[in-house]
Design a protein around this ligand. Structure first.
Ligand SMILES: *[C@@H]1O[C@H](CO)[C@@H](O)[C@H](O)[C@H]1NC(C)=O
Ligand SMILES: *[C@@H]1O[C@H](CO)[C@@H](O)[C@H](O)[C@H]1NC(C)=O
Ligand SMILES: *[C@@H]1O[C@H](CO)[C@@H](O)[C@H](O)[C@H]1NC(C)=O
Ligand SMILES: *[C@@H]1O[C@H](CO)[C@@H](O)[C@H](O)[C@H]1NC(C)=O
Length: 294
């Protein structure tokens, strides 16, 4: 994914929850509130309508896009629910929308991946639920999910990242100057906090090592090359007990992560579709990360 390298640890928020319609969903509203209330943090917000930007009824995708049978179908983001609410995120000065692209651990073809990138780069303006209100639905980078790490995959990923760079540079419509000093950040660890198996597919692929920043070490959660720490991210799902999961342990983890100088992080007490489960609500997480980075 293409993202700015910043001086302190920022937020990498996979906002996979449904956005709601004219009335924003509670999950998106909580995210908008947290972004507004924590202006010292920069939020990279991953937008994902349908396992990517697909707007056709692709049966291979289990997302919520029912286009083109949806009577509210619009070309970008399936329907007016997405355009109306992506616009609200884009209106926040410290948020940057990033488009989700599935890469299938190197098994999805370069042409399919590039087709998704081209779709994201084409998001510009669209109608909303508010008559006469045109949405800004621009997307500012790409989040590549299901990244293959085998040596043989390197050429493939270099090819698609070069394509993504060129697609977004060609747009030339970035809202802030530093966006084009963008560098690629890599999620080094995406796992769960609880040490009891959740059986939840995808959240923390089994078997997993329960997260604790104290267990991160060079080559295991952190890159061997220390100069890459500022380009590394960690995402933690299922922040609930056991072990103890409360405001104190959340603050301790965020202080530890900020102290390591990681690029970005995100904690949730649920999965990537939840921002409001306690204790790691998006509000509490953002408040504590703000404190940890000051
Ligand atoms: C965050 O922002 C929302 C709306 O902007 C406001 O209602 C809420 O009280 C704020 N919360 C905190 C903890 O500041
Ligand atoms: C990436 O690696 C996986 C696993 O080794 C392999 O199945 C896949 O074909 C590779 N993809 C490319 C484009 O080389
Ligand atoms: C993509 O662009 C960024 C920022 O210019 C750069 O750091 C990165 O090396 C580029 N990646 C590729 C594969 O071209
Ligand atoms: C945890 O912190 C959040 C954010 O400050 C606060 O709203 C909540 O009441 C706290 N919970 C407890 C149990 O102290």
């Amino acid at each position: 994914m293409a993202m700015a390298v910043l001086a302190h640890t920022q937020v990498l928020l996979p906002l996979y929850a449904y956005p709601g319609g004219a009335q924003m969903s509670p999950e998106w509203q909580a995210a908008v509130n947290a972004i507004s209330n924590n202006s010292v943090l920069h939020f990279f917000v991953v937008i994902n309508p349908n396992n990517g930007p697909q707007t056709s009824s692709d049966t291979a995708n289990s997302g919520q896009c029912t286009a083109p049978s949806d009577p509210n179908y619009v070309e970008h983001g399936c329907n007016l629910d997405w355009t109306t609410n992506v616009d609200k995120i884009n209106a926040l000065p410290n948020a940057q929308t990033i488009g989700y692209v599935r890469t299938g651990y190197g098994t999805r073809s370069a042409s399919d991946v590039k087709a998704d990138i081209t779709k994201w780069a084409a998001w510009n303006t669209a109608n909303t639920w508010v008559a006469g209100r045109t949405a800004n639905i621009k997307i500012h980078g790409i989040w590549f999910d299901e990244t293959g790490t085998s040596k043989g995959n390197l050429t493939h990923y270099k090819d698609i990242i070069t394509f993504a760079n060129a697609s977004f540079q060609a747009k030339g419509t970035q809202p802030s100057a530093d966006l084009f000093s963008m560098a690629t950040a890599v999620v080094l660890r995406e796992t769960c906090w609880t040490d009891v198996s959740t059986g939840a597919q995808g959240d923390c692929p089994e078997p997993y090592t329960a997260f604790n920043y104290k267990t991160l070490s060079s080559g295991s959660g952190l890159p061997y090359d220390a100069s890459l720490i500022s380009k590394s991210a960690v995402i933690v799902h299922r922040f609930h007990r056991p072990p103890t999961a409360n405001n104190e342990t959340l603050q301790e983890q965020l202080l530890g992560i900020a102290g390591l100088g990681l690029h970005s992080t995100y904690f949730t007490s649920g999965n990537r579709k939840t921002t409001i489960a306690t204790p790691a609500t998006i509000g509490a997480f953002s408040e504590f990360l703000t404190k940890a980075t000051q």
